[in-house]
Design a binder for this molecule. Structure first.
Ligand code: NAD
Ligand code: MG
Length: 395
């Protein structure tokens, strides 16, 4: 029996994780669930899986959660705040931590899980983009295992040799990592209509059902940019080792090309329960509730190269990746501000890339090493990005 903490239980990944866990009551027990605003959902989840702790990100919904717990007969201790999130991520009783908080808010509890040597199922890509070296170094020191949950990285992990040594692509006969992306909902939309893209249009993804921030990131392809950076940290590879390939059907979740001409791909339905189940049970395989691919109805697999003009955020992310940690920390922060402003109706869809680019341009290059440095870069980039947003929204 393994004990699991789910950070971000009320989100899309959190709910899928609970679904997989519930299929295997003899293997997994939930230790803690955390959430932010959807307190009713969180308490419903707690009623079903009876964790020891339920943690709210801050105090705003704490009293409501306490009242609901009493009404619903939930015996879990209800906690709130940043240190409680870190405590349930690092508690000695916990074996596995699902890191599924969205954005930079997930960094500290994820780092706490890594520092305490857990098996960390990493969905929260922003944490790695923000502070890749810190997480990788912490895992090396504590012996934590970071397993990728992002479907592309999970696919790459599955396609690399089992004895792959971090950073040693050539030693494994690998020539390229082929990172696939669907291109989102605007892959064929006329470029001169991009200014008019609405929030609802950007919050619809043709293949995947996900939280709002990642869905908008998929539409701008910043998601693929963040994944490009994520892949560098997860596998210890360089930007030149990765090629982004557009694949609108999302049937292939990514591929690895070998020196002898072989390409190994991982295929499946676009359902996050597959990588979640893989991460939970690795190296075993367990049932995930996912329908098998039906090759009788699978008619075509298309591929192309992403157009830079259509997806300026992708290139920004690749450039930031080449520049280094400070640039990726700042880009992630700027993008969180820009996507939030777009979702609030303050800026246009096309302004997201402008805010990101302008934020990077306004900050001097520098090198960052400590957590303190990284948090400072994150907050100064947010300040700059917010300033740019205010300028754009007053136009
Ligand atoms: P979501 O918006 O559906 O859920 C986010 C979760 O984070 C919720 O539980 C929410 O309560 C919590 N949260 C939000 N702000 C918080 C804060 N300030 N403090 C603490 N908790 C907070 O998002 P999602 O789609 O489940 O994505 C979660 C993460 O997984 C993201 O980093 C995303 O990029 C990554 N991811 C998601 C998918 C997917 O299919 N949804 C695929 C790959 C990677
Ligand atoms: Mg992905």
């Amino acid at each position: 029996m393994q004990t699991v903490t789910i950070l971000g239980a009320t989100g899309s990944i959190g709910c899928s994780t609970l679904d997989v866990v519930a299929r295997h009551p003899q293997r997994y027990r939930v230790f803690a669930l955390t959430g932010h605003q959807r307190v009713e959902t969180l308490m419903q989840q707690a009623k079903v899986c009876m964790p020891r702790y339920v943690v709210l990100a801050d105090e705003s919904h704490y009293q409501k959660a306490k009242t609901l717990a009493e009404e619903m007969g939930i015996t879990a201790d209800i906690l709130c705040g940043a240190s409680a999130l870190e405590d349930v991520a690092s508690a000695s009783e916990v074996d596995i931590v699902m890191a599924a908080i969205v954005g930079a808010a997930g960094l500290l509890p994820t780092l706490a899980a890594v520092r305490s040597g857990k098996r960390v199922l990493l969905a929260n890509k922003e944490a790695l983009v923000m502070s890749g070296s810190l997480l990788v170094d912490a895992a090396n020191q504590s012996g934590a295992t970071i397993l990728p949950i992002d479907s592309e990285h999970n696919a790459i992990f599955q396609c690399l040799p089992r004895d792959y040594a971090y950073g040693r692509l050539a030693d494994s006969g690998v020539t390229q990592i082929l990172l696939t992306g669907s291109g989102g909902p605007f892959r064929t939309r006329a470029l001169d209509t991009f200014d008019a893209i609405t929030i609802d249009e950007a919050c619809y993804h043709p293949n995947w059902s996900m939280g709002r921030k990642i869905t908008v990131d998929s539409a701008t392809m910043m998601n693929k940019g963040l994944e490009f950076i994520e892949a560098c940290w997860l596998f210890g590879v360089q930007p030149d080792d990765i090629t982004v390939v557009l694949h609108p059907q999302s049937t292939i979740h990514s591929m690895v090309q070998y020196t002898d001409g072989s390409v190994i791909a991982q295929l499946g339905e676009p359902d996050m329960r597959t990588p979640i189940a893989y991460g939970l049970a690795y190296p075993q395989r367990i049932e995930a509730g996912v329908a098998p691919l039906d090759f009788a109805t699978l008619t075509s697999l298309e591929f192309s190269t992403p157009c830079q003009q259509r997806y300026p955020n992708l290139q920004l992310a690749i450039d930031a990746c080449r520049e280094g940690q400070a640039a990726t920390t700042r880009l992630n922060a700027a993008n969180e501000v820009a996507v939030g402003a777009f979702l609030n109706g303050q800026i246009r869809f096309t302004d997201i890339a402008s805010v990101n680019e302008e934020t990077l341009n306004r900050l001097e290059p520098l090198s960052v090493s400590s957590l303190q440095h990284i948090l400072e870069q994150d907050s100064s980039a947010r300040e700059v990005a917010n300033h740019i947003v205010r300028g754009l929204s007053s136009c």
